[in-house]
Design a protein around this ligand. Structure first.
Ligand SMILES: *[C@@H]1O[C@H](CO)[C@@H](O)[C@H](O)[C@H]1NC(C)=O
Ligand SMILES: *[C@@H]1O[C@H](CO)[C@@H](O)[C@H](O)[C@H]1NC(C)=O
Ligand SMILES: *[C@@H]1O[C@H](CO)[C@@H](O)[C@H](O)[C@H]1NC(C)=O
Ligand SMILES: *[C@@H]1O[C@H](CO)[C@@H](O)[C@H](O)[C@H]1NC(C)=O
Ligand SMILES: *[C@@H]1O[C@H](CO)[C@@H](O)[C@H](O)[C@H]1NC(C)=O
Length: 168
């Protein structure tokens, strides 16, 4: 009897560990231009149309810091390639910018290269609702863009515990 109870707890712990390992734990880092980076002559509309941005994700710009930079501007700045009244600026060559709000963001290069295509506009979505707790394996549907969602994590953990408890 005692051994049986012990086995049950061991199994629960193993399942907990496995489920934790399977749960994605990081926000998505959207690298502008993917392996082409932040450079002139690239259509970043094509790049951004191929991404889904959520609150809590990062957008990152990789470029030669001696040549380019990044300004966050409003729609006027984006349309006209002007940095007047910019909301922010970065120039490290490897800039990670957190996307904190569900809104449209505009980024341009501030040294004239905006006119050569160095501008990108993205729409950041609110976090998707957590997946339903039933059936318990719903969380197995992994999205292409993994992210941490604590309520979903806790609900899938409790499903595992419940299953383990009742099916041994
Ligand atoms: C970039 O691609 C989009 C979508 O195909 C297109 O509408 C836009 O005109 C292109 N921009 C440039 C500067 O070529
Ligand atoms: C869109 O994303 C997919 C998967 O990441 C990639 O294979 C494809 O080349 C991308 N297309 C464009 C136009 O960037
Ligand atoms: C932006 O450019 C458009 C057309 O090029 C012009 O009509 C508008 O006045 C400009 N806006 C600003 C704020 O410079
Ligand atoms: C963008 O910012 C500029 C400068 O602060 C301002 O003149 C302009 O009206 C703003 N445009 C929008 C669409 O908010
Ligand atoms: C860049 O941002 C800093 C604050 O982070 C500000 O002091 C500076 O004026 C900005 N530079 C330009 C060119 O807007």
């Amino acid at each position: 009897m005692k051994g049986e109870g012990m086995m049950r707890w061991v199994l629960v712990l193993v399942l907990l560990t496995l489920s934790l390992c399977g749960v994605p734990v990081s926000a998505t880092d959207h690298i502008v231009g993917a392996n082409r980076g932040w450079n002139p002559g690239i259509n970043y509309t094509l790049w951004s149309n191929n991404q889904t941005f959520f609150v809590g994700d990062l957008i990152s710009f990789r470029y030669q810091k001696t040549q380019y930079n990044v300004f966050e501007v409003n729609q006027t700045g984006y349309d006209n390639c002007t940095t007047q009244g910019a909301i922010g600026n970065w120039s490290s060559g490897k800039d990670f910018i957190p996307l904190k709000k569900a809104q449209r963001y505009y980024f341009i290069c501030g040294n004239g290269q905006c006119f050569n295509g160095m501008k990108v506009s993205i729409l950041v979505h609110p976090l998707p609702p957590p997946p339903p707790a039933h059936p318990p394996h719903a969380s197995a549907h992994k999205s292409a863009a993994p992210r941490l969602h604590l309520p979903a994590l806790l609900s899938s953990l409790s499903s595992f515990v419940w299953l383990a408890w009742n099916h041994i």
